[in-house]
Design a binder for this molecule. Structure first.
Ligand code: ZN
Length: 137
């Protein structure tokens, strides 16, 4: 077994980040770390500092965005859990050897991490899991 994963953030799919900031920022009092559009992933992302973890709000930018499709199928709500790992390529290999289905067999660039990869929810009881590796400083 490799190193232990750490829950880093929770992704929540929303129709409008602006609208939901009225809860997460204004009512709950979490500080917004960044809001950014990521056109190549067809999402707008807001990251909020919620103490021991980060809350990520995901708003679709286009009608063919995977977030848009998620909201149409299941409504707004919990979208994924993101675990930080030390060596993402190694973890992907490890999980493939355990017969987990990977959405990304090769890591891609993330909004807030240098590399991310998703495990298919069919392998994890319908929970979408994101693996992320931070930039090495
Ligand atoms: Zn995420």
């Amino acid at each position: 077994m490799g190193s232990v994963m750490r829950l880093e953030h929770i992704g929540i799919a929303v129709k409008s980040i602006e609208e939901h900031l009225m809860i997460w920022r204004d009512v709950f009092g979490f500080r917004v770390e960044m809001i950014r559009e990521i056109p190549e992933q067809k999402v707008k992302v807001a990251m909020l500092d919620a103490g021991t973890l980060t809350i990520e709000l995901l708003e679709p930018l286009t009608t063919d965005s995977t977030i848009q499709k998620f909201i149409e199928r299941r409504g707004e709500g919990l979208h994924h859990l993101s675990f930080e790992v030390d060596d993402i390529e190694k973890k992907i290999e490890e999980f493939k050897n355990q017969n987990l289905k990977m959405i990304d067999e090769v890591p891609r660039k993330g909004a807030h991490a240098s590399k991310i990869a998703f495990i298919h929810p069919s392998s994890v009881g319908s929970v979408l899991i994101e693996l992320s590796q931070k930039d090495k400083k």
